[in-house]
Design a protein around this ligand. Structure first.
Ligand code: AP5
Ligand code: MG
Length: 389
């Protein structure tokens, strides 16, 4: 999910910038001001309570705000994210926002504060007042709204400054310039929110071909350690020669070879939506390493896919593959195949067990044709997608 709050004094341009953001990022728009004006228009109980306060430029009670917010949020359980305009406006409302985000198992990504001096606010709102039809767009009420802002709303910034998600923007610039600044903040935030998937399964379970297809569908960078190692062998590098020998012994490649290759791959992948890891992590140690590498990029594992196929079927598949031109050097004999399966059982199964206690692990039945298994994996990814973005 992507959740943004637009903050700023009356007339800063919160409503103006919202239009672009909700469209570009497909967000549900929550403007407490608009919601209140609708309640007033409908003549509801909440509307009646709020009317007099709004007309004087005061802030309506936090209780009323909670009630109108909850309705919109519970009506949109599958939202891609929310854009809050004019909320939170008090420190209490900041806590309310935090609570709402926790309920949705998500967080506020950024509070973008559009900053303009008081006189510019007044000037803009008086201009807007000529056509807006808003009863609060007249000078006396505008001044009241501004003093409420200074007194009760500005302190909210400290709350978010402490949490590290407060981003100021100069609101005196043109609408387009302000939009560009906001976009940059959001894009940077999104790049932190990578969708990182780890593919598990015994050798021969289909994790490689499925991983590639999943990468293509979701726009992820495919990180297959096997392929990376093979390239080193093919290029005859020093590392490649070491790898070749270890392959022939049927052992796992040591971490001091694998990790730098992965780091390089991630560092050179600017602008991707996320990564899909295949063949890594294979050991508990590597699982800690992966956490560390992702953390360095302010990210973490979003989903784990474990493709399960019966062992006899696996042996059958690997044996069959060894007789085609897709055969790998490491499945050229029964002994090697068995050794790889054994390595997987001894070292990788404990990794999956560890992840089960901390992450969303989707166990996929891999005994079906390619398209069926692919569909099963996509379903598993989409089910968790709400929390992935
Ligand atoms: P609300 O509707 O939220 O009003 P507000 O905060 O006073 O903000 P405005 O809508 O007036 O300004 P804006 O920042 O959206 O500016 P806009 O884009 O229109 O709240 C109204 C009332 O409801 C409150 O007073 C309160 O009583 C109550 N309320 C609401 N939420 C509450 C809450 N959470 N808790 C308690 N009470 C609550 O832009 C203004 C004008 O400037 C436009 O004409 C626009 O075209 C122009 N403009 C915008 N950007 C630029 C730019 N960069 N350059 C030149 N012109 C620009
Ligand atoms: Mg507005």
């Amino acid at each position: 999910m992507l959740n943004i709050a637009l903050f700023g004094p009356p007339g800063a341009g919160k409503g103006t910038q919202s239009t672009y953001l909700i469209e570009k990022y497909n967000l549900i728009y929550i403007s407490t001001g608009d919601l209140l004006r609708k309640e007033i228009k409908d003549g509801s109980r909440l509307g009646k309570e709020a009317k007099a306060i709004i007309e004087q430029g005061g802030l309506v009670s936090d209780e009323i705000i909670v009630q109108i917010l909850e309705k919109t949020i519970t009506d949109n359980p599958n939202a891609n994210g929310f854009l809050f305009d004019g909320f939170p406006r008090t420190t209490i409302q900041s806590f309310i926002l935090e609570g709402l985000m926790i309920q949705l198992h998500t967080k506020l990504n950024c509070l973008i504060s559009i900053e303009v001096p008081e006189e510019l606010s007044v000037k803009r709102l008086l201009e807007r007042g000529q056509t807006s039809g808003r009863t609060d767009d007249n000078e006396t009420v505008i001044r009241n709204r501004l003093s409420e802002y200074t007194l009760k709303t500005l302190p909210v910034l400290n709350f978010f400054r402490e949490r590290g998600n407060y981003f100021p923007v100069d609101g005196t610039k043109t609408i387009d310039e302000v939009r560009t600044c906001i976009s940059q903040i959001v894009e940077k935030e999104l790049s932190k929110n990578l969708m990182n998937i780890v593919m598990f399964g015994y050798p021969g379970s289909g994790r490689g071909s499925q991983g590639l297809a999943i990468a293509k569908k979701y726009g992820l960078e495919y990180v297959a350690t096997g392929k990376m190692l093979d390239e080193e062998v093919k290029n005859g590098t020093e590392v490649g020669k070491r790898i070749e020998k270890i392959y022939n012994d049927g052992e796992l490649i040591p971490d001091d070879i694998v990790v730098p290759l992965i780091e390089k791959k991630i560092e050179h992948s600017e602008g991707v939506r996320g990564f899909i890891f295949k063949g890594f992590p294979r050991t508990l140690v590597q699982s800690y390493i992966l956490d560390g590498i992702l953390k360095k990029h302010d990210s973490s594992i979003s989903k784990i896919i474990d493709i399960q196929v019966d062992t006899l079927e696996i042996i059958r598949r690997l044996d069959k593959r060894s007789k085609t031109d897709k055969g790998m050097p490491y499945d050229s004999s029964t002994e090697r195949i068995v050794k790889r399966l054994e390595e997987h059982r001894k070292k990788t199964i404990p990794v999956i067990e560890k992840y089960k206690s901390r992450h969303d692990v989707a166990v996929i039945d891999g005994e079906a044709d390619f398209d069926t298994v692919f569909e099963r994996i996509c379903n598993a990814i989409d089910t968790g997608a709400k929390n992935l973005r």
